[in-house]
Design a protein around this ligand. Structure first.
Ligand code: SAH
Ligand code: DHB
Ligand code: MG
Length: 219
């Protein structure tokens, strides 16, 4: 059993609030979260600080073409698009995709964002690369396949980021019946053995509690 660490949550979120002026989320981005809540979407977007991290990685890597797997209402999409990239984003749920399209249109970013509806395992197969950065944030069971596809759609130097790879330490439980945990553990094994990837895991705390990103570059 993994010990819970909820007692620390209020401080983690408070520090995210303290650094909000550095992160400088735009009014447009705040509005996306309101629109998502109004449309009944789950509150599982990246946090502002995490969205800014994605935008900064896009900028420092000079990413012009970004692929996202798992759109939800387009909050992370908006961070990546505002960093200057063209974003192709894949979403299973047509309702989520429609809200994301409305959000990007409302903020004048339709030209830079293409939402493709369908199961990522199928829609990824229709794409041609190379993409400069791939952000994977959909069903966790699919992560090994999505990273494999990201490599197919890459060039040397492509950055691959996978969200939710720590999940409050649930990933420690090798016997977990949760397919998301097993998907993440399978991802760890796959990435450790894939010679074309150089990777690390960045554990994070904040508004989204204790979680983490896998960050990799294609050699
Ligand atoms: N990246 C978003 C959050 C994505 S939440 C953000 O940070 O703002 C995960 C999304 O993946 C959900 O919208 C869910 O519908 C979608 N999803 C789940 N399974 C999927 C699949 N097989 N193919 C594509 N999208 C999927
Ligand atoms: C879940 C999915 C996410 O992408 C996330 O960031 C948090 C939670 C989920 O499926 O519960
Ligand atoms: Mg996520």
């Amino acid at each position: 059993m993994v010990e819970r660490v909820d007692a620390a949550d209020t401080r983690w979120a408070a520090v995210d609030a303290l650094v909000a002026p550095i992160v400088a989320e735009s009014a447009a981005q705040r509005a996306v979260l309101c629109a998502n809540a109004a449309a009944g979407l789950p509150d599982i977007d990246v946090s502002p600080a995490q969205g800014k991290l994605l935008a900064l990685i896009a900028r420092v890597s000079g990413a012009a073409r970004v692929l996202e797997v798992g759109t939800l209402g387009g909050y992370s999409t908006l961070w990546l698009a505002q960093a200057g990239a063209h974003v192709t984003t894949l979403e299973l749920d047509p309702h989520h995709a429609r809200i994301a399209e409305e959000n990007t249109a409302r903020h004048g970013l339709s030209e830079r964002v293409k939402v493709i509806v369908g199961a990522a395992a199928e829609t990824l197969a229709t794409l041609a690369g190379p993409f400069d950065l791939v952000f994977i944030d959909a069903d966790k069971q699919g992560n090994v396949d999505y990273v494999r596809e990201a490599i197919r759609l890459s060039r040397p130097g492509t950055v691959i980021i996978v969200d939710n790879v720590v999940r409050e330490g649930l990933v420690l439980d090798a016997a977990s019946p949760d397919p998301r945990v097993q998907g993440t553990r399978a991802l760890y094994d796959y990435v450790a053995r894939e010679p074309r990837l150089s990777a690390t895991v960045i554990q994070t705390v904040g508004l989204k509690k204790w979680d983490g990103f896998l960050l990799a570059v294609v050699d």
